[in-house]
Design a protein around this ligand. Sequence first.
Ligand code: NAP
Length: 263
Amino acid sequence: MGPAMKQFPPSSVTPAQGCAWVTGASSGIGEAVAIRLVQDGWTVMASARSADKLAQVAAGQDGRIVPVPVDVTDLEAVKAAVASIETMHGPIALAILNAGTYTPDSAKTFQSADVRMHMEINVMGTVHCIEALLPGMIARESGQIAVVSSVAGYRGLPRASAYGASKAALIRMSESLKFDLDRLGIKMQVVNPGFVRTPLTDKNDFPMPMIIEAEEAADKLVRGLADNAFEITFPRRFTFLMQRLRGLPYGLYFACVRKMTGS
Ligand SMILES: NC(=O)c1ccc[n+]([C@@H]2O[C@H](COP(=O)([O-])OP(=O)(O)OC[C@H]3O[C@@H](n4cnc5c(N)ncnc54)[C@H](OP(=O)(O)O)[C@@H]3O)[C@@H](O)[C@H]2O)c1
């Protein structure tokens, strides 16, 4: 397609164009998204570090979920995983870059090792996947990438300095890449969930307003892939509130979040 005929934003991909790749697919949102994508006709490459858990997710899916164990912090391993998927299963048309981690922090326990871990997994892990995917997608002039960030990346929240910083970086990086990717025929979206019940949030010892189950989150995420909107966000009532908070001047912002969280 000539440059004058390119569609903005690029259209969503379909299973006819290749397979889907979901990182962080061994539990929580990623697992539910992999299963949900199979229902939409996709063959899904499922990645995480735990080969055992991936095998359990793939069981009973008639070979439509293929475990591809990889640690996203290892660039060479990620590149090898993408190359092997594309050799054996054809192009990766759709990538849901969802692998992530979260440990609550506080000023008293603030440590570089903790921040580095969040940056390595959440930011660099996603960067490695994008680096491995782009040459193929650019050559094909098609593809779709959804980066799973969080509403915790909008502005600073209590006990999430490392996590929030890593998720803010993902939002900003995805926004920036979108300008180029639009012209290259590749659809870029960012996913900003509120609270979803998963092993990641099971460690929270505070009330999580409007929390939803992973299956509902996966359904909303997959429906959002077909939308033109850059941001996919759910549950809407909660994320709408977070979006209003994002626009407040600092004085009001800190006062509101203190009141809401008791921090
Ligand atoms: N749950 C929420 O409320 C919520 C809200 C906003 C955003 N999110 C985001 O949603 C994403 C999924 O989270 P979740 O809630 O579903 O948590 P989860 O159940 O803990 O899932 C995290 C996934 O990431 C994988 N992972 C972690 N480190 C990895 C690494 N180095 N290499 C490859 N895979 C790795 C984990 O598998 P292994 O341990 O086997 O590697 C697991 O499959 C995360 O990016 C999270 O930040 C979650």
